[in-house]
Design a protein around this ligand. Structure first.
Ligand SMILES: [Zn+2]
Length: 210
């Protein structure tokens, strides 16, 4: 299994070091911050020093997507080597790690969403394809909007309240999509598309907490 040397991993080393200092204090002794971090880095990651663990972590979360000028994982756009950007990136990255644990996976990136929209719109619009295939394509199109809404929720800290896909489907107004009528009717009837609209304003695809 590949270890995730992300932000939560480094947090766990710092947390362990803090408990080592608390235990030492309770026993009437003391341990320096550096020594406690080194011990924690050894017990959690098998590193000979905290410095080494930190290097490993830095390399891990700096996987840079140069085409997008951002992090491959959390998609945060930043300037390489700028320390204020590095701190902001860490906090952004931590949010994504927490969201992934909570949600089980992460929303598709902007570029993947755009590709899917483009590809699947040709399928649901083409009446030569069977209806079930066109309905599936339309659902994928709606999911790209769901993912965008969820991404905004992660970035703004309310992803835990964000509706799941089925709930979202019921909340979006069906007329926002220019689906062919047979596809739209099927989605309304069998997937409850738009049957509970209201929480998402008509004409919009972002969900916001009330
Ligand atoms: Zn990141």
């Amino acid at each position: 299994m590949n270890t995730n040397y992300g932000v939560l991993w480094l947090d766990s080393i710092k947390e362990e070091a803090r408990s080592l200092r608390v235990i030492a204090a309770q026993e009437g002794s003391s341990v320096s911050s550096r020594a406690s971090l080194n011990t924690a880095a050894a017990s959690i990651g098998g590193f000979s020093s905290y410095y080494q663990a930190r290097q490993k972590h830095n390399a891990f979360i700096s996987e840079f997507d140069s085409r997008r000028s951002g992090c491959r994982y959390c998609r945060y756009i930043y300037v390489k080597g700028l320390s204020s950007d590095r701190r902001r990136h860490e906090s952004y990255h931590r949010n994504y790690e927490l969201a992934e644990i909570h949600l089980g996976n992460l929303p598709d990136s902007y570029h993947l969403r755009e590709k899917k929209k483009h590809f699947f719109s040709r399928i649901y619009s083409d009446s030569n394809f069977p209806l079930n295939k066109r309905v599936r394509a339309a659902l994928i199109h709606i999911r790209t909007h769901f993912d965008r809404s969820l991404e905004a929720a992660i970035n703004n800290g309310y992803y835990q309240q964000h509706p799941n896909f089925d709930e979202y489907l019921a909340m979006v107004h069906p007329k926002i999509y220019r689906f062919p009528e047979d596809v739209r009717v099927y989605l309304e009837e069998y997937h409850q598309l738009g049957t509970k609209y209201g929480p998402i304003e008509e004409g919009y695809t972002y969900w916001y907490p009330s």
